[in-house]
Write a protein that binds this ligand. Structure first.
Ligand code: GDP
Length: 297
C-alpha cells in the first residue's frame, strides 16, 4: 500500500545511515527529499510541510548531528512523527457499540466500497466481538445494492433487514431500529445510498437518516486510490453530516498512500479501518505503529 513511498524513503535513509557523521546540512537535504517523496505519494502540501518541519525541529532539539548514530536517530524521529500524524485520540478498532442496539451509519460515495465494508465490518463484529448484528440497506434507488447486501449477509451469516418495496430511507432506518430492539441485536448497521458525487440529495438523505437513527458511529467509506480527492470527500462529508471515522478502501491497490497520511491531519478524523481486497476478511484496523513500520520498511 505504500510501496513507492517506502522505496523512496529507504533510499534517502540508507544514504543517511551509511554516512556516519552528519552535518545540519546533510539532515536538511535528506528532509527535503522526504518532503518530495511525501508529495509524490500525494500527501497534501501543508501536511508534508508541517511533517518535515516537525522532524527538523526535533532533530535540532535532540542534537542529532552530535550523536553517535545520527542517521538512525533521524529515522527514529521520522517514525515517531509518522505515528503522530496517523494517530487519533482513540483506539481505531474499538467502535462505540455499548447500549444495544447500537446504530452504525455507513456513508460514502457510490463505488467507494461502502456495501462491501458494511458486510466486512459486520463479520468482524460478529466473529471478534461476538456481537449480534443486523444490516439494512437504505439504497432505495438501487435495488441491486439492496440485494447485494442481502447476498453478502447470507455469505457471512449476518441477518439483513427484509426488503420492503416502497419505503423511503428514513422508514427503513426506523424499521431497522425496531427490528434490532425486538430481535435482541447488539448492533444495527445502516448502509446509506451513495451517489457519484456529493450533492444535495445525498447529504439531505444521509442527514435525515442520521437524525432518526442517532448513530453511535458514523463511518465514512472512501476509496484510498483517489488520493487527495479522498481527503476532500472526507472534509465535505464531515462538514455536512459529521463523521466519527474513516474507512479507506482499496489499499491493496497500487495507491500512493497519500490519503492515509493526510486524512487525520486535514480532517481531524481518524482512519479506523483499511480495506485490503474484495474478500470479506480483507479489513484491517488502522494501526499507526504498524503502518509507519510498513512505510519505513
Ligand atoms: P458501494 O457502491 O460503495 O457500496 O461499493 P461496493 O461495496 O459495491 O464496492 C464496489 C467494488 O469495490 C466491489 O467490486 C467491491 O468488491 C470492491 N471493493 C470494495 N472494497 C475493496 C477493497 O478494499 N479492495 C478492493 N480491491 N476492492 C474493493
Amino acid at each position: 500500500m505504500f510501496e513507492n513511498l517506502s522505496e523512496r524513503l529507504s533510499g534517502v535513509f540508507d544514504r543517511l545511515t551509511k554516512q556516519g557523521a552528519l552535518s545540519e546540512e546533510d539532515v536538511k537535504t535528506a528532509l527535503r527529499e522526504v518532503r518530495v517523496a511525501l508529495l509524490e505519494a500525494d500527501v497534501s502540501l501543508p501536511v508534508a510541510r508541517d511533517f518535515v518541519k516537525a522532524v527538523q525541529d526535533k532533530a535540532t532539539g535532540q542534537a542529532v548531528t552530535k550523536s553517535v548514530t545520527p542517521g538512525q536517530q533521524v529515522v527514529k524521529i521520522v517514525h515517531d512523527e509518522l505515528v503522530h500524524v496517523l494517530t487519533g485520540d482513540e483506539d481505531p478498532g474499538k467502535l462505540k457499540i455499548d447500549n444495544p442496539p447500537a446504530p452504525i451509519l455507513m456513508v460514502g460515495l457510490q463505488g467507494s466500497g461502502k456495501t462491501t465494508t458494511t458486510a466486512k465490518l459486520a463479520k468482524r463484529l460478529k466473529e471478534r466481538d461476538g456481537k449480534r448484528v443486523l444490516m439494512a440497506s437504505l439504497d432505495v434507488n438501487r435495488p441491486a445494492a439492496m440485494e447485494q447486501l442481502q447476498i453478502l449477509g447470507v455469505q457471512i451469516g449476518v441477518d439483513t433487514l427484509p426488503i420492503v418495496k416502497g419505503e423511503d430511507p428514513v422508514q427503513i432506518a426506523k424499521r431497522a431500529k425496531t427490528q434490532a430492539s425486538l430481535g435482541g441485536y447488539d448492533v444495527y448497521m445502516l448502509d446509506t445510498a451513495g451517489r457519484l458525487h456529493i450533492d444535495h440529495e445525498l447529504i439531505a438523505q444521509a442527514a435525515a437518516v442520521r437524525d432518526v437513527a442517532n448513530p453511535r458511529e458514523t463511518l465514512l467509506v472512501v476509496d484510498g486510490l483517489t488520493g487527495q480527492d479522498a481527503v476532500n470527500v472526507a472534509t465535505e462529508f464531515d462538514d455536512k453530516i459529521g463523521v466519527t471515522g474513516v474507512v479507506l478502501t482499496r489499499m491493496d491497490g497500487d495507491g500512493r498512500g497519500g490519503a492515509a497520511l493526510s486524512m487525520r491531519a486535514v480532517t481531524g478524523k481518524p482512519i479506523r479501518f483499511v480495506g485490503l481486497g474484495e474478500k470479506m476478511d480483507a479489513l484491517e484496523t488502522f494501526e499507526p505503529e504498524r503502518i509507519s513500520g510498513r512505510i519505513l520498511g
